[in-house]
Write a protein that binds this ligand. Structure first.
Ligand SMILES: [Mg+2]
Length: 181
């Protein structure tokens, strides 16, 4: 499945640029507290709302670092299940479509294991110096990624622009406690 993704953070950088869908601007949230660098490009799919009240995130595998705010087409090959600060915060795993060097990556099984380990390890640790806990549950395939996209599309249609992020989180914690710790 191909999707248009908007880049927030280029690979190998440590500045947490974040799109704020409520204000429709890209904000500089913070510089990562530790020495970690994003192991791959990072961004989101438009019009999908994850359980953390933010757009649905995606890692975009590429050999290059892309510019914040640029749009690209990527194929969704799987997802990484994650809980950040007690909230479900899935990271889709995708591959940039415009580089034939990456054509061999068609499913999550084609991704070199070390690269998956790097991604999981980054997210497990990138908030250590903020004293915040992130739980990485592991990687799933295309089918599961597609159902997350569908779920986040439904959340967007139902709730986005109808309430603030705080109200969304409050309501969802009550109605879907299984998505929160
Ligand atoms: Mg998120």
């Amino acid at each position: 499945m191909n999707k248009e993704i908007i880049i927030e953070i280029g690979k190998d950088t440590n500045i947490k640029y974040e799109y704020n869908p409520y204000k429709k601007v890209i904000e500089v949230d913070r510089v990562l507290f530790g020495t970690e660098r994003y192991p791959q490009n990072y961004g989101f799919i438009q019009n999908k709302l994850d359980w953390d009240g933010d757009p649905l995130d995606s890692l975009i595998i590429s050999n290059h670092s892309f510019m914040t705010g640029s749009h690209l087409e990527a194929r969704i090959i799987g997802s990484m299940e994650m809980i950040d600060g007690g909230e479900t915060d899935t990271k889709l795993i995708s591959v940039f479509n415009g580089d034939p060097r990456l054509d061999y990556i068609k499913t999550i099984k084609d991704v070199p294991q070390h690269l998956l380990d790097e991604i999981a390890n980054f997210f497990k640790n990138y908030k250590n110096l903020q004293k915040k806990e992130v739980i990485v549950k592991g990687f799933l395939g295309k089918k599961e990624a597609e159902s997350v996209i569908k779920e986040c599309e439904d959340l967007y249609t139902k709730y986005f622009d109808k309430m603030s992020k705080e109200e969304f989180l409050k309501n969802m914690k009550k109605e879907h406690p299984e998505k929160y710790l």
